[in-house]
Design a protein around this ligand. Structure first.
Ligand SMILES: CC(C)(COP(=O)(O)OP(=O)(O)OC[C@H]1O[C@@H](n2cnc3c(N)ncnc32)[C@H](O)[C@@H]1OP(=O)(O)O)[C@@H](O)C(=O)NCCC(=O)NCCS
Length: 150
């Protein structure tokens, strides 16, 4: 929780230009982050570099999806713009995969904004595929790689 102010700033920056999918204000971001922390517990992970908070992932390693069954649900992933493209997002995802594996999960799932083309391309590169859509949200899934494949 001591990272909360830095995470609010990170989230607001990461969604610049993607405001329709981000939080409306720092206050909203604070509430959202607190909800993620409560919901994800051990799946709420922060990446630090050079003494700063540079990324976060919030994932539930044992989430019940009404269609897919039990999955590793990635609720949020964001990397500070200055640190994007340096492997931070991948490292966070791999940590979440490890939690999913420990809970016996085989599938990771997430919702991404239809017009968030950059994130969609990123997920695709990392093995996710779209399986459906609900309004402007695209459902993507990926098999969780075995530890030796990472
Ligand atoms: C999506 C996001 C989390 C990716 O994190 P990142 O730290 O920039 O990604 P990484 O550096 O770990 O990328 C890993 C790989 O994907 C590649 N990659 C990066 N961006 C890519 C893109 N848009 N499309 C395809 N590949 C991409 C990298 O080159 C790297 O490949 P390599 O390992 O073969 O060199 C980050 O861009 C972000 O915070 N975006 C804004 C918030 C957001 O949209 N979150 C998703 C909400 S659902």
């Amino acid at each position: 929780m001591e990272d909360l102010p830095a995470l609010v700033e990170l989230l607001m920056q990461a969604y610049r230009g993607l405001e329709e999918y981000g939080e409306e204000s720092p206050e909203e971001a604070r509430h959202y982050l607190k909800w993620l922390r409560r919901t994800c517990k051990e799946g709420f992970l922060v990446a630090e570099a050079e003494g700063q908070v540079v990324g976060l992932i919030a994932a539930c390693p044992d989430w019940k999806d009404w269609e897919l069954g039990r999955v590793l649900e990635i609720h949020e992933i964001a990397v500070a713009p200055a640190w994007q493209g340096k492997g931070v997002g991948r490292a966070l995802l791999e940590e979440a995969y490890a939690l999913g594996r420990a809970c016996g999960m085989r599938l990771a799932a997430l919702w991404v904004g239809e017009r968030n083309l950059r994130a969609r391309a990123w997920y695709q590169k990392l093995g996710f595929r779209a399986i459906g859509q609900w309004g402007e949200w695209v459902r993507m899934v990926a098999p969780i790689p075995s530890a030796k494949d990472e």
